[in-house]
Design a protein. Structure first.
Length: 258
């Protein structure tokens, strides 16, 4: 496809009006606020879509049908939920009354976004930023330890806003967005950088770890540290992405003891 063809296609793609998109985006930030065990994020989803729903179906009967349709269980990664919300608004406009297909597609998309989002954020970026912040504080740059957290806070807001627009504009082509290799490249990069930062942090701690325990035995503290970590990992029977978080706990205790 040529650049001109892509430009023409993008120009023809429908977009949410600016003020409406802003209203939906702001409401989507509270997606987890009404989380519950029965329906998880369904109330948050309806709250986010309410400004759009009022424009589409102002009548009470349409409103009730819309609420009943989407009060079923809904759960996805909150950082990527904007793509599902944007797609759902577009799909509702073109569904033609086929509720079963709409709900099936919504659930499939929510699961796909959850899989990618959990890998990228919970198992990639969060451990990376945690290790980076601890390292900066460890090296005496306590003020800069806030920088990774602040940068992530701003970036994820922009990311959510862009995904909302992308999901609406893509419509039925949204699976192509999820299949883009950039997702997997970002996941791999975040995990590798997280492993590097964790290794640096582990090396710094081992360097300053007290080698004598309360009884005066050499190697008592490092040995206890290694045993606790090994037991935790063996108990899980696999090497999970959460291993980074399992490392953080004994590291924090070791630093406090030092």
């Amino acid at each position: 496809m040529t650049a001109g063809a892509r430009t023409g296609r993008d120009a023809a793609s429908p977009r949410l009006p600016g003020r409406l998109r802003l209203a939906i985006w702001l409401r989507s930030l509270t997606l987890q606020a009404s989380w519950n065990m029965q329906r998880m994020q369904s109330l948050g989803l309806l709250y986010a879509l309410e400004p759009w729903r009022r424009r589409q179906w102002p009548s009470r009967s349409d409103r009730r049908r819309f609420w009943r349709r989407h009060l079923a269980l809904f759960n996805t990664n909150p950082y990527g939920a904007g793509m599902v919300i944007g797609w759902l608004a577009r799909a509702e406009e073109t569904a033609g009354g086929d509720d079963s297909r709409l709900l099936a597609c919504k659930n499939s998309l929510a699961r796909a976004v959850a899989a990618l989002g959990d890998q990228l954020f919970w198992l990639g970026l969060h451990p990376l930023l945690s290790a980076t912040a601890v390292l900066l504080a460890w090296w005496g740059a306590g003020g800069w330890a806030v920088a990774p957290v602040a940068a992530f806070a701003v970036a994820q807001l922009w990311f959510r806003y862009r995904l909302l627009d992308a999901g609406y504009r893509a419509g039925d082509a949204v699976p192509a967005l999820l299949a883009h290799p950039a997702w997997h490249r970002a996941i791999a990069l975040a995990k590798r950088l997280g492993a590097v930062m964790t290794g640096l942090l582990l090396g710094a701690v081992l360097r300053y770890l007290p080698w004598r325990g309360p009884a005066g035995d050499t190697g008592e503290v490092p040995l206890g540290f290694a045993v606790c970590l090994a037991v935790a990992l063996v108990a899980r029977r696999r090497w999970p992405g959460e291993a980074v978080l399992l490392v953080m706990v004994p590291l924090a205790l070791a630093l406090a003891a030092h």
